[in-house]
Design a protein around this ligand. Structure first.
Ligand code: SF4
Length: 279
């Protein structure tokens, strides 16, 4: 893993994601190296010409820039972690995300966070100050052989569930966000019971238009060869694609009804790349 401290010229970047006016990404790169990460095909990442997950640029001057930019841009809400994980292991050393939260709180700026890291709990004191509007916490559940290949370096699923429950206990607004759902692989039974204090659970289905979908299918087939035919069919057969997700929707709706919980499912449209829609 190559780690560099870099200086950037801007930390608040406008975004089309409907969760904030600007995004903040304290790092460039990500130690977790998820196979399905849409950032892998990002133009800036492509220019790096290094494998995703094997480098990390720590944006060391991000807090100082943020102090200045908040005064000029005066955003109401910002989104943290659209192209990186703010609470990956190196955050423990550099504390950049922590300093960013301190500044946002001081400026009374609301924020939304995307994460899959229980290390967010190191900032629980800051999250409880009232400016954290929502955390979308990516939970998941695959058999070990798939986890090792698909999310090789991300924290374990049980730790993530525990972190979500701790945030819920502490009244920090958090949505258990099951992402991405992998048909015939994701373990979904009893998913609502895992988060007793949550109003509901949200789901994002695998995006079959990811640039590396062929590689994803090959890796899944290494663990379970029979899935190659089914995944390839979803890739090329629109009717089958909708049929699989429609059965999934019914299955979740039934579970939600029995559990008395809310649910929301995001299925990427046929042929859509990524719509940046969370609500
Ligand atoms: S944790 Fe998020 S940013 Fe990091 S590789 Fe996984 S999906 Fe991408």
């Amino acid at each position: 893993m190559e780690i560099n401290q870099v200086k950037i010229s801007r930390i608040l970047n406008p975004t089309s994601i409907d969760l904030g006016e600007y995004v903040i990404n304290p790092f460039m790169g990500c130690e977790f190296a998820c196979l399905f990460c849409y950032v892998r095909s990002n133009r800036v990442v492509a220019r790096k010409n290094k494998p995703w997950g094997e480098y990390l640029d720590v944006r060391a001057n991000a807090p100082e820039l943020l102090e200045k930019e908040l005064v000029n841009k005066k955003p109401k809400t910002v989104l943290l972690g659209s192209t990186t994980e703010c609470f990956q292991p190196q955050e423990g050393k550099f504390k950049i995300s922590r300093r960013i939260l301190e500044i946002l709180n001081r400026h009374k700026t609301n924020y939304v966070i995307l994460t899959r890291s229980p290390a967010i709990l190191d900032c629980l004191d800051l999250l409880k100050e009232g400016f954290c509007r929502q955390i979308y916490f990516s939970v998941n559940d695959y058999p070990r052989e798939f986890k090792e290949r698909i999310e090789p370096k991300s924290p374990g699923f049980i730790l993530r569930d525990q972190a979500v429950n701790k945030l819920l206990e502490e009244d920090v607004p958090v949505i258990p966000y099951f992402s991405p759902v992998l048909p015939w692989i994701s373990e979904l039974s009893g998913v609502f019971a895992k988060f007793p204090r949550a109003k509901g659970v949200e789901f994002e289905c695998l995006n079959f238009r990811l640039a590396n979908i062929g590689q994803i299918i090959e890796i899944i087939a290494l663990v379970e060869p029979a899935l190659k035919v089914k995944y390839t069919k979803m890739l090329v057969d629109e009717k089958f694609y909708h049929q699989v997700w429609s059965e999934f929707k019914k299955y979740i709706a039934n579970q939600a009804k029995s559990a008395g919980k809310e649910h929301n499912i995001y299925v990427h449209g046929w042929g859509d790349y990524f719509k940046n829609t969370y609500r």
